[in-house]
Design a protein around this ligand. Sequence first.
Ligand code: SAM
Length: 222
Amino acid sequence: SDHDIEYPLTPDRMDWTTLYGDYANGRTVEFADVGCGYGGLLMQLSPRFPETLMIGLELRVKVSDFVTEKIEALRQKATTSGDTGAGFKNVACLRSNAMKYMPNYFGKGQLTKIFFLYPDPHFKNRKHKWRIVTPGMLAEYAYVLRPGGLIYTMTDVQDLHEWMVAHLSSHPLFERLTKEEEDADPVVPLLFESTEEGQKVTRNHGSKFPAVFRRKENPVEK
Ligand code: SAM
């Protein structure tokens, strides 16, 4: 149950220094890993984008607590080892329901990357309403994502892949990256192995279906 989740009424009421300390000053969160699980992707992204604040949204309390503790340990280790980069101060995990509260945390056009890695494990049994990619949810992602920003999806479930591609491709505000553009994006290789779920799929010799979508410019109003 998620009735106990605290969330800001509006994004400007969110105090990000509680998660990033002084590192939040003058910066806004730009990357969101939705259903981040144990946070493997964020740990890989953190040193690669030291100036960018990134957040994992995770529904399970124990899992989000685990990620928060892991980040704290990495920050301390970075401090003692004299890390000159972000030292994991740019990464945090928030326990929340991304299907309910994204617009409470992020303003219009705030995000530049949203990740959905191995979401919806029970895709087939789920009611449409609770799928992470639905027409209603796409409107929210389009709102918080900046034009030119990217949505990354990865799954081992072919039906889910086809569902996400169909909905995102037919949406007026998203377009799929070409194969060439996908290959040129240095983040794409991280979608395969950086997370715990990705490693599990590899161990089980499962398939992996990545896709990347660009948030288009808003149409000019006539
Ligand atoms: N992305 C991670 C990975 O690749 O290892 C985790 C994948 S796991 C199969 C899906 C995760 O999404 C779970 O940890 C689950 O708790 C989380 N989740 C499901 N629905 C969510 C929601 N509405 N908001 C936030 N997290 C959610």
